[in-house]
Design a protein around this ligand. Structure first.
Ligand code: PMP
Length: 369
């Protein structure tokens, strides 16, 4: 069997090969049902079994407490930028901490539905740092405070979620965890709502996960579309409208895969997290030791998932990318708003992929001597 190239895409992104193979093997006939998953009724016993296992496994994986609902929705992260204020704002102001493009986008969109404020911003640093929570101007009367816990484009990640109570504000924290969900644990005691598009760590685009504390459900603005009303979605077990069945199935295979991962004595999410830390440190250490490549994010704010970097000689970017592609290292081009390169090391990335990237970085650097 041919080795597949290493895919560093920021999303849609690489999935575990084992998951793709299972999905391929079951494509025409899921477990002897005679039906492929795409062809099943979402209300049939077969799909309900797939859905219930996926929900159960995600709850186990992320240690989601019983007073939080898991919703399988559509609309993506950008959809949630509107859906969250439509459900949670209740006519009050909403707060944002700006740490990169995605939190900026969320702040702007929320302004259509609520008075959208900025509690802190790292824009002056070029989004290379996270403002110290002690300096945030949190509105204690806001309906919630939103952060993007991993900024996919700028490569900035909260290593610890803020404790809003300790900051004197007893308001829910909303996290957009699209690009690092299932890569590390979530401290639910600090979170009211978490949302994530599936297409980075969980599966195909088209599925959006929302995990929301029960008391925050049931307060949607009258203009909220029914399909996006958390109360209706929760009451109908994510089947108020037809859910993204294929996405739920593939994500379910990914949850099962994560739960079975092992690293030494660690299993499941702990194993995945240890692997992610090892891989990201390996790449950051290499970049920091080199004068040819550069990552500009403050070490304390660096993402384990998305690692932007620049060549000192940017005129060689195209040559770098062509050489990478020729060696089976795909989708390393940085986001257009930041430039340079970006290596996304999601859960499905192997150590071998990171080593192959570093070997190429070394090789390319030598050609410039
Ligand atoms: N939030 C974050 C952190 C993201 O990385 C992305 C997608 N790259 C989005 C939101 C938007 O997701 P979607 O395109 O699924 O709407």
């Amino acid at each position: 069997q041919l080795q597949r190239p290493f895919n560093f895409s920021a999303g849609p992104a690489a999935l575990p090969e084992e998951v793709l193979q299972t999905a391929a093997a079951e494509m025409l006939d899921w477990h002897g049902s005679g039906l492929g998953v795409m062809e099943m009724s979402h209300r049939g016993a077969e799909f309900i079994a797939i859905y219930e296992k996926a929900e159960r496994d995600l709850r186990t994986l992320l240690a989601v407490p019983s007073d939080y609902r898991i919703l399988f929705m559509q609309g993506g992260g950008i959809g949630e930028n509107a859906i969250v204020p439509l459900n949670l704002s209740r006519g009050a102001a909403v707060d944002f901490v700006l740490t990169g493009s995605w939190s900026q986008k969320s702040h702007k969109e929320a302004g259509k539905y609520a008075h959208s404020q900025i509690a802190a911003s790292a824009e002056a640093s070029g989004f290379t740092a996270i403002p110290d929570p002690a300096t945030w101007q949190v509105n204690q009367k806001a309906a919630y405070l939103h952060i993007c816990s991993n900024e996919t484009i700028h490569g900035v990640e909260f290593q610890e979620l803020p404790d809003l109570k300790a900051l004197g504000a007893d308001i829910p924290l909303v996290i957009d965890c699209s690009s690092h969900i299932a890569s590390r644990t979530i401290d639910w005691s600090r979170v009211g709502l978490a949302f994530a598009g599936a297409q980075k760590n969980l599966g195909p685009a088209g599925l959006t996960i929302v995990i929301v504390r029960e008391d925050l459900i049931g307060h949607a603005l009258p203009i909220c579309p029914s399909a996006f009303n958390y109360e209706l979605v929760a009451k109908n077990d994510s089947m108020y409208n037809t859910p993204p069945t294929w996405g739920i199935y593939v994500a379910g295979l990914v949850f099962d895969w994560v739960l079975r991962q092992q690293e030494g004595s660690l299993t499941g999410l702990a194993a995945i997290e240890a692997r992610n830390i090892r891989q990201a440190s390996r790449l950051y250490d290499f970049l920091d030791a080199s004068s040819f490549y550069q990552n500009r994010v403050q070490p304390a704010a660096r993402s384990r998932m998305n690692i932007p970097f620049f060549l000192t000689d940017e005129s060689r970017n195209a040559e770098f990318l062509a050489g990478a592609k020729a060696r089976g290292l795909l989708q390393l081009k940085g986001h257009k708003s930041v430039g340079g390169m970006r290596a996304s090391l999601y859960n499905a990335m192997s150590d071998a992929g990171v080593e192959a990237l570093i070997a190429y970085l070394q090789e390319f650097e030598k050609t410039s001597a």
